[in-house]
Design a binder for this molecule. Structure first.
Ligand code: RNT
Ligand code: ZN
Length: 444
């Protein structure tokens, strides 16, 4: 049985007093949490398949594993699933679209030919819901990306194709930002790299600089568009060399006034991104984070409330960086309920931020600045078991989303009523239609 409202309110009031004793203003923390907007990635809903209708494998060194039934197969299904996810995540959040998720209407529109036409439906949909949109060119799952090179490709014809794709995406993204009145972050990630040790590390990087400069040649208002570039250490099939490495894109972003995108799964397996935030933000006004979870490799597991995520949230809050950091989620797990995956990931990120807003930061700072590292350590340990869960429940209550795990019931109902029919193979559906029609006397 779900916890009653009065229990939640009582627990909240006790918890608030407890935090108050440490000098923490809980109401102010909740106000700050309300202002946080995460960009929910569309690709968790359909295993990064998109709507181009081709049969090309995902490629690009990305891998989605699992066969949980009910994957969204159409734009409408994905929108239904997103609506369901947003209903269960407290706050107002954004949607992050990939270029392969346009409304192509069964037509073959190649990547270098896409335009706002295929995305106006998404903008209208977002407008109705007061959602901001973010965007990504799709440099994978395409025959011209099959050999593992796109913008850094040695063949100028292929390179130019991908440059045109990048340019088209910026036009679309800027128009999304303009119409929605909220800058659209357009994030460039390319898979380019090599499985085995290359002898020429320089050539592809020089080509990539030149190609990116062409992609970014057109100027757009920063109120409409923000460009980001995402680095990576390695991918499947690009284990030995990735053209767009961390140093490459950090240099590119800093020299060209772009946002560096730090993905939590794109560094050495034991390397976390929390410590990078305050360094990079010394030199650039804004960055993009892809909050993800690598398990042994860049596996894009669903985000949970683990130490790396807690550390990211602490850095964002302690450094007062939330106004300068765009927060995107990036994971794709096809082994569990896909709507639940979104909800768990988003709620965990928000929980981490709530915990960070609730830190007794004044006392921690004072201890540190006076060299009292003992008190700092004791306080940091103490705060781990403070009643943040009671504050979270109350936040969910006030935001009109289910508290505790009651949201899972909601997902299960949605799964039964909406997603289950998607599991039926066409033969079964046809047979069903046939039996229904024959029972009312219609000839097949
Ligand atoms: C790939 C990058 C990239 C993708 C999405 C689908 O390693 O993380 O952000 O996950 O573009
Ligand atoms: Zn990413």
């Amino acid at each position: 049985m779900p916890t009653s409202t009065s229990h939640i309110e009582t627990a909240y009031s006790l918890a608030r007093d407890r935090y108050g004793e440490l000098g923490v203003d809980v109401d102010a923390a909740l106000q700050r949490l309300r202002d946080v907007s995460l960009s929910l990635h569309c690709w968790q809903g359909d295993d990064v398949a998109g709507f181009e209708g081709g049969t090309t494998e995902i490629g690009g060194g990305l891998a989605v594993t699992g066969r949980y039934p009910g994957r969204a197969r159409t734009v409408d299904e994905l929108r239904d699933d997103l609506d369901q996810a947003y209903r269960l995540i407290p706050g107002n959040h954004r949607l992050n679209l990939h270029a392969s998720y346009g409304e192509f209407g069964g037509r073959q529109v190649d990547r270098d030919e896409i335009s706002i036409e295929q995305f106006q439906g998404w903008i209208d949909w977002a407008q109705e819901r007061s959602l901001g949109l973010d965007f990504n060119p799709t440099y994978f799952a395409h025959e011209l990306a099959d050999d593992g090179m796109t913008l850094a490709h040695p063949n100028p014809t292929i390179r130019d194709f991908w440059i045109r794709h990048g340019q088209a995406c910026r036009q679309i993204a800027a128009e999304m930002g303009r119409q929605l009145g909220s800058p659209c972050v357009n994030n460039v990630w390319i898979p380019d790299g090599m499985k085995d040790t290359p002898v020429d590390r320089k050539g592809p990087r020089e080509r990539l600089v030149a190609a990116l400069d062409e992609v970014f040649a057109e100027t757009f208002a920063s109120s409409d568009l923000r460009d980001a570039v995402e680095c990576k250490l390695f991918g499947l099939g690009s284990e030995s060399y990735v053209v767009g490495s961390h140093e490459f894109y950090l240099g590119y972003a800093l020299s060209r006034g772009k946002l560096a995108c730090l993905d939590a799964g794109h560094f050495h397996p034991t390397e976390t991104i929390a410590d990078k935030i305050s360094s990079v933000l010394c030199f650039t006004p804004e960055i993009l984070l892809h909050v993800s979870r690598g398990v042994r490799w860049d596996s894009d597991h669903v985000v949970i409330l683990d130490d790396p995520v807690i550390a990211i949230a602490q850095e964002l809050v302690r450094g007062d960086f939330l106004g300068r950091v765009h927060l995107g989620l990036d994971f794709f797990d096809a082994s569990i309920q896909r709507v639940a995956a979104w909800v768990v990931g988003a709620r965990s990120m928000l929980k981490a931020l709530l915990a960070a807003f609730l830190e007794p930061i004044a006392r921690l700072r004072e201890a540190e600045s006076t060299g009292d590292y003992t008190t700092r350590l004791v306080l940091l340990e103490e705060q781990k078991l403070l009643p943040v869960g009671a504050i979270w429940d109350y936040y969910c209550l006030t935001q009109d989303v289910p508290t505790g795990i009651a949201w899972l019931e909601d997902v299960r109902r949605y799964e039964r009523e909406i997603q289950q029919a998607r599991q039926l193979p066409p033969r079964v559906l046809n047979a069903q239609v046939a039996s229904e029609t024959s029972s009312i006397g219609i000839e097949r």
